[in-house]
Design a protein around this ligand. Structure first.
Ligand SMILES: Cc1cc2nc3c(=O)[nH]c(=O)nc-3n(C[C@H](O)[C@H](O)[C@H](O)COP(=O)(O)OP(=O)(O)OC[C@H]3O[C@@H](n4cnc5c(N)ncnc54)[C@H](O)[C@@H]3O)c2cc1C
Length: 413
């Protein structure tokens, strides 16, 4: 039983939606995907996304005229609840469906919506988000990748980093500086960039789990047609804020798969197996983990219900994002205490231990990706608790006059 069902708030219509979805998933969810090779995984993911689309479960909240289902956050929540019971291969479409697509829905021209949304919904095209740079992560507006207008095209030069899924992306939402004479937030523009265009180079970066989920991306004289500006020229910051709003909801609201080795249920099972559950201190830690997990689930339910009622979570999305990252840290500690040496070394072929170690090594990234814990705390402090704002000495200064980053200013060459 899910948290929403338990609150007893579900209408008959939603109950019926849940029942139909549950039946569909029982029949169509693919088997375990963890052991699949990269290509097999991608093929399975594309087929499943296409099946979701055909069954009417892709783009649940997107407008019908753009290929979505025209439903609300409540149905989206039901999907997240039910999907969590399976290990669904949704990861390759996470950024496209959760962030880029909704931004094209909000800001795209009719032509862009016709071109980009249907193949995304059907799993034919994959997207990535090209914001972060070596000198611009938390302070995204300091980015230095430049786009210069040349007739009916833009020419882009620069470097991005930590670009999740760029290795198989067809398109990216690119934030670039188009006017260095304006203050840093005002001189940015968002583009749709073809990741197969000449001059785009993608290089994998390994994280500490040994996998390479993200990349460096280089742009060398990459041409972007003028009609591929997303939103307004110079309106890149507003477009980025729109996308980051979708990102926070999609990260904060995501339900973990029930099979996640760092969930309470998995760790409690591990404790039973290893005998650690007999130790009162470990039991206490597990109980604490459970309490936080339930609180986080209910926080997410509340935000979804508010969204369904037309109230945007706004800065409170940061509360869910931060709480999720802190919970991941807590779960890593408890997992280490229960698994002991098995958390770092295991016999060949012991899939369960290997999965636990992978989860332990991957979880800390949640306190960085999508805005670090410190940045979420600043947002909560300033926008929810009303604390004084951080000083911003660069607010009204033309970007050209700021001493940021690692490159020379144009005039100094
Ligand atoms: C798994 C993962 C996936 C990612 N995927 C993408 C992606 O697809 N596309 C993309 O564009 N980016 C992506 N990123 C990048 C991510 O958005 C940045 O790593 C993040 O915004 C932090 O930026 P940074 O790494 O430059 O750290 P910095 O901004 O340099 O921060 C370094 C440290 O200083 C702290 N700090 C910085 N400024 C302040 C401040 N004002 N107050 C207090 N503390 C501060 C930070 O909290 C942090 O602890 C991804 C990152 C990860 C880990």
């Amino acid at each position: 039983m899910t948290a929403v069902e338990e609150t007893g708030n579900e209408s008959a219509v939603l109950q019926e939606y849940r029942r139909a979805l549950r039946t569909w998933l029982e029949k169509h969810a693919p088997g375990p995907v963890a052991g699949l090779s990269g290509e097999e995984y991608l093929r399975t993911a594309r087929e499943f996304q296409a099946a979701l689309h055909d069954a009417g479960y892709a783009g649940i909240t997107w407008p019908r005229e753009m290929g979505g289902q025209g439903l609300g956050q409540a149905e989206q929540q039901v999907f997240a609840d039910e999907a969590a019971a399976y290990d669904l291969p949704l990861y390759p479409f996470m950024i496209g469906m959760g962030m880029c697509g909704p931004t094209v829905v909000d800001l795209g021209t009719a032509e862009q919506q016709r071109r980009y949304l249907p193949p995304l919904l059907r799993g034919e095209e994959i997207w990535c988000q090209l914001f972060s740079e070596p000198g611009a992560g938390s302070d995204v507006a300091s980015l230095q990748t430049r786009a210069v207008r040349d007739g009916d095209r833009w020419v882009v030069n620069g470097q991005k980093v930590w670009t999740t899924n760029a290795q198989f992306a067809d398109f990216g939402a690119l934030l670039a500086r188009t006017d260095p004479d304006r203050p840093k937030h005002a001189g940015l523009t968002m583009f749709v960039v073809d990741m197969h265009a000449p001059g785009v180079t993608v290089r994998p970066l390994k994280d500490m789990s040994g996998r390479a989920p993200f990349n460096e991306v280089y742009f060398d004289d990459v041409e972007i047609p003028a009609q591929d500006v997303l939103g307004e020229i110079g309106g890149g910051w507003a477009a980025a804020v729109t996308m980051l709003g979708h990102e926070r909801v999609s990260i904060g609201g995501r339900q973990r798969a029930r099979s996640n080795p760092l969930e309470f249920a998995s760790l409690a099972e591990l404790a039973r197996r290893t005998g650690a559950g007999r130790d009162p201190v470990r039991r206490d830690r597990l109980a604490e983990l459970y309490a936080h997990e339930r609180a986080l689930e209910l926080l997410n339910v509340r935000m979804r219900q508010e969204a369904a009622a037309g109230r945007s979570p706004g800065a409170r999305g940061s509360v869910a994002k931060l709480a999720g990252a802190l919970q991941a840290r807590r779960a890593i500690e408890v997992a280490g205490e229960i698994a002991g040496a098995d958390a770092v070394a295991w016999d060949p072929g012991d899939e369960r231990a290997a999965e636990l170690a992978l989860a332990i090594n991957s979880a800390p990234a949640s306190s960085i990706a999508g805005g670090t814990n410190e940045i979420q705390r600043s947002i909560i402090g300033e926008r929810i608790l009303g604390l004084p704002k951080e000083p911003q000495v660069d607010r009204d200064v033309p970007f050209r006059d700021l001493a940021v980053g690692t490159r020379r200013r144009e005039g100094d060459r």
